[in-house]
Design a protein around this ligand. Structure first.
Ligand code: NAD
Length: 304
């Protein structure tokens, strides 16, 4: 089975270079019409030029594909709305949104400024919110949509100097978890990519030998799978250097403690069972946690 996107329209943000460029080229090679969005700024988000996006469009067209360049700043909703309107005007639908644009302002928490923190959240989290919001009604009306957010191991697991970036990268997972529920009726899937790749963002941070193995092209198949018609939903797929793995947020079964043990000492005394990872489960909605605890409490109190 070959996965293709003929007749589909995709927007890839931050596609002027690095991972986004690779995603855009691969989607176009498999039949999608692609909006190559890129602000064209530096890694820290300063400056801007539409050249990067235009160069990727030229590459796609040279290979026989269809694409258009767009220079919208994903952090600016008015610009994002305009991008979506132009896409609808030209191609009449939007099937795929790959939220990929991003910047870095790495600093330890003690040294980092709140302005940098807000900017990073604005580009990664609000950028993804803006683009998703702008296509959401279109996808609902089409009863079809595949949305991807780009998270990071820095958000999932932490990374020194990246409290701002990590916060934004977990924020997009929060958005995904709820939009999966709200989009289910409309055949809208939302998934997350946790990539690791040698790009200008990681240049100098990764050893040269590893950098060569970690090509964006090894990550892109994870995106292609997740945004395909038969792809998964609510999945965090990690990818790098040809390796693919699924990350999950899980919760232990835990235990109900009788009233006299509902104390910090009671929790300490039962820590092994509360923290027993042999019992973990993935909860599919926040309410499942409440139900679990209320049922355990009712059983503990002898209420049926
Ligand atoms: P990159 O710097 O090569 O690409 C990011 C692109 O986003 C750039 O072309 C940039 O111009 C564009 N961009 C930045 N701000 C924008 C804005 N406001 N509006 C529109 N475009 C904007 O970096 P990359 O490594 O390809 O990163 C792509 C995504 O993957 C990012 O979200 C990044 O956080 C994430 N990521 C990368 C790695 C990695 O190892 N490279 C790891 C985890 C997550």
């Amino acid at each position: 089975m070959t996965i293709r996107y003929d007749g589909q329209v995709a927007i890839v943000t931050g596609a002027g270079g690095g991972l986004g460029r690779s995603h855009a080229i691969a989607l176009a090679a498999r039949g999608a019409k692609v909006v190559v969005n890129d602000l064209g700024g530096s890694v820290d988000g300063s400056g801007g030029s539409s050249d990067a996006a235009k160069a990727v469009v030229a590459e796609i067209e040279a290979a026989g594909g269809e694409a258009m360049a767009n220079g919208a700043n994903v952090a600016d909703y008015a610009q994002v709305e305009k991008m979506v309107a132009e896409t609808m005007e030209r191609w009449g639908r939007i099937d795929i949104l790959v939220n990929n644009a991003g910047i870095l302002r790495d600093k330890s928490f003690v040294k980092g400024s709140l302005d940098d923190f807000k900017l990073v959240v604005d580009v990664h989290l609000m950028g993804s919110v803006n683009c998703t919001k702008a296509v959401w009604d279109i996808m609902r009306e089409q009863a079809y949509g595949r949305i991807l957010v780009t998270t990071s191991s820095s958000g999932l697991y932490g990374n020194f100097g990246q409290a701002n970036y990590g916060s934004a990268k977990m924020g997009v997972i929060g958005m995904m978890n709820t939009l999966v529920l709200e989009g289910a009726k409309y055949n809208i899937h939302v998934n997350a990519l946790a990539p690791t790749a040698g790009t200008r963002m990681t240049e100098g941070l990764i050893q040269e030998d590893a950098f060569k193995l970690l090509t964006p092209e090894t990550v892109t198949p994870a995106v292609l799978y997740m945004v395909s018609e038969g792809g998964p939903n609510r999945t965090i797929l990690s990818a790098g250097a040809g390796g693919y793995a699924v990350a999950k947020i899980v919760e232990t079964e835990g235990m109900w403690l009788p009233p006299e043990e509902q104390t910090p000492e009671g929790i300490a005394a039962h820590w092994d069972q509360i923290n027993d990872f042999n019992t973990v489960r993935e909860l599919k909605a926040g309410g499942e946690q409440t139900i679990k605890f209320v049922m355990a409490a009712a059983a503990g109190h002898g209420i049926s």
